[in-house]
Design a protein around this ligand. Structure first.
Ligand code: GUN
Length: 294
């Protein structure tokens, strides 16, 4: 055990996402070593990028680096912007049928001429390490959290590990309604008994809602420079709230000022981002276990 293992996850009002992520990654690394010793097969993640989204290459590179460090093999397919839906579906079928592949991740966004819902629906749910496929969303509706979406799962894991695992009587306000973050997060927060409100770009009087939040999760992500004003300022935050900033690469929250009013706040970078990676690795191990048992 290192000194870091003894340090709290929330220190001086700052949630140490990297510290928690490292702990989970070490747990995964140990679990992978045991599984490989038992089954004689290494878990394997395959990622796919289609087109030229500027963030995707970097995010996927980080996913590979973390996987490899945990003893997970990985492979990557970089497909041109002109790839057809049929070509992408063929690749996914090949990966679905390949027993050496335990996790498939198609990085979003994909080009507009390809239907995202069709692509996600074509991934074998057992290999869907993003938790986006219909079977995995359905499971989440019934309270199952294995193979749930990595970013929201990382958010509730932060809450769990700071002792906010039962949110009875607490109001959680999410600013985001995407399929990747906001919608799955509703279920994960309901599983923990929170009263949940979802705000989005058409919400009127956002501060009216944010000021009521015991847990405030912001994923607006529209700041393009350090000089742009923050979306979440101190006057919008309830005293003693837990504030989770999901926006990348520039946060939504005025971290330096909000942290003095809140119980704790995630920084950007070093908050939710590293947790997303840790939860992906956990999903990959769950997927591997499910496939090796059958
Ligand atoms: N794009 C942004 N976040 C994600 C994610 O969690 N998974 C995938 N596949 N694409 C993303």
């Amino acid at each position: 055990m290192s000194d870091d293992d003894l340090k709290p996850i929330c220190e001086e009002h700052e949630i140490k996402g990297r510290r928690l992520s490292n702990r989970i990654r070490t747990e995964v690394e140990n679990e992978v070593a045991e599984l490989v010793a038992h089954h004689g097969v290494s878990p394997k993640l395959v990622t796919v990028i289609v087109g030229e989204d500027p963030g995707s290459q970097m995010y996927v590179r980080m996913k590979h680096k973390a996987s490899n460090k945990a003893g997970i093999l990985s492979d990557h397919h970089d497909l041109p912007e002109t790839t057809t839906q049929a070509e992408l579906l063929r690749l996914i079928k090949k990966l679905n049928d390949d027993a050496s592949v335990h996790g498939i991740l198609v990085q979003l966004p994909i080009p507009k001429h390809i239907d995202e819902k069709t692509i996600i629906g074509s991934i074998n749910p057992l290999k869907d390490v993003d938790g986006f496929s219909p079977a995995n969303v359905y499971r989440l509706f019934y309270g199952g959290e294995d193979l749930s979406a990595a970013t929201p799962h990382g958010i509730v894991t932060i809450l769990d590990r700071i002792g906010w695992n039962d949110l009875s009587g607490k109001h959680a306000v999410i600013i985001n309604r995407s399929t990747i973050v906001g919608k799955p997060l509703i279920m994960l927060l309901l599983n923990r008994n929170a009263t949940v409100t979802v705000c989005h770009s058409r919400t009127k009087d956002l501060p009216f809602f944010t000021r009521q939040a015991d847990v405030l999760v912001s994923a607006i992500g529209r700041r393009t420079s350090e000089d742009d004003p923050f979306f979440i300022t101190t006057d919008m935050v309830k005293e003693g709230a837990v504030v989770i900033d999901v926006a990348t690469p520039l946060g939504d929250v005025d971290f330096e000022n909000v942290k003095d009013k809140a119980l704790c706040v995630t920084p950007v970078p070093g908050g939710v981002g590293p947790m997303t990676i840790a939860m992906l690795l956990k999903n990959l191990v769950s997927a591997y276990r499910a496939q090796m048992i059958e």
